[in-house]
Design a protein around this ligand. Sequence first.
Ligand SMILES: [Zn+2]
Length: 114
Amino acid sequence: MSTSLHEPTDVAQAPMELLRGMLEEAFSAHTARLTELTVVSRLPDRGGYDAHALELLTVSHRRGVADTARALRRMAEGTYGLCAGCGKQIPLGRLHAAPHVPQCALCQPAEGDA
Ligand SMILES: [Zn+2]
């Protein structure tokens, strides 16, 4: 847990802190949804969810947890922001749009290929 929560920091000076905050938030959100979905899936009527939809949501949030956890680990290891494919710096704009991405746009696998 970070002690400096949501302080108004200069984005240009502290992009890593901003991205870390975004990742931590995404990680918590995915984890919370996953817990919720697990509870719902045990209900007799699955809380009104269609079984297939529930499965898709669970897979998607599970992937979200894994992706954000990996990104946070890269941050701890000091390799965050470097493309896993070509080793170059991933543009900051791309990281802001999706802080968990491990590759630059050129190395990103085709959609649905992950
Ligand atoms: Zn690359």
